[in-house]
Design a protein around this ligand. Sequence first.
Ligand code: CP
Ligand code: NVA
Length: 310
Amino acid sequence: MAVNMKGRSLISINDLTHEEIWQIFDLTKTLKLNRLSGAPHRLLEGKKLGMIFSKPSTRTRVSFEVGIYELGGIGLYFGPTDLQLGKSENISDTAKVLSRYLDGIMIRTFAHQDVIDLARYGSIPVINGLTDLLHPCQGLTDLFTILEKKGNLKGLKLAFIGDGNNVAHSLLNGCSKTGMDITIACPKGYEPDKDIVAGAMANAKYFNSKVEILNDPKEAVKNADVIYTDVWASMGQEKEAAERKKIFMNYQINQELVKLAKDDYLFLHCLPAHRGDEVVNEVIDSANSVVFDEAENRLHVQKAIMALLL
Ligand code: CP
Ligand code: NVA
């Protein structure tokens, strides 16, 4: 039976039940087919989505704006200098005011707490479009992409190699909620957040799957069905980029490393990619790579999320 998700926010994949995740995937499949066949799917006629960006974006910005438009609504873009928010107005007042005009808010920002507060003080759904801690729309899209390519999720192994960052955290949440095994390999000191790992382990116990945090990329990639990486320095960490490049060099996804995965492994990357750093061209441009399908799927998954929540 379908669960009514109207009015809810999406801040973390961990707030969703297994059933709600599958409901998002089911609607995504339908909306993707509708778009392909030209069938009308204006499920959000006249709805207004505010899109707050404190950090840059290509995929999130364009996919949300195109997505709400295709659903019959309109997106309003607010860049880092557009709102009073954080300068002369606090989050609580901003949340209350925006709730009087809009039907939903998508926000990309630094502090995760700001997204929680926006949802708490406002009265409309808030969608997390990336914080320093999480990137749930990306994680859901990644799982949907794997499901499309492999036909299932349960029992597959995803190896995330690199920084234990926002994308790694959302994959920990997402894999552990859908019965996928996840192994993360990071340099010492760059492991994912302990609480998120603990939550993922609790989920995994329920679904009888595995969560592993290692330091050895070779060990992690062994027999993987999916290899995933992300930038070594995330937005906001630009000053650390040179130092991180040295620390992470052994974590590069190259032809040597991918040999250890299954032959039919998929390569995923949330993009933007720093080619020659975390991944070489020979892998990201190979037949195993699905990074552009993954990027396209942001549109379809987020349309489903908006249609369910707004
Ligand atoms: N993957 C992702 O969120 O990309 P953007 O930063 O371009 O939105
Ligand atoms: N970890 C990256 C993801 C970009 C989509 C960042 O936060 O910059």
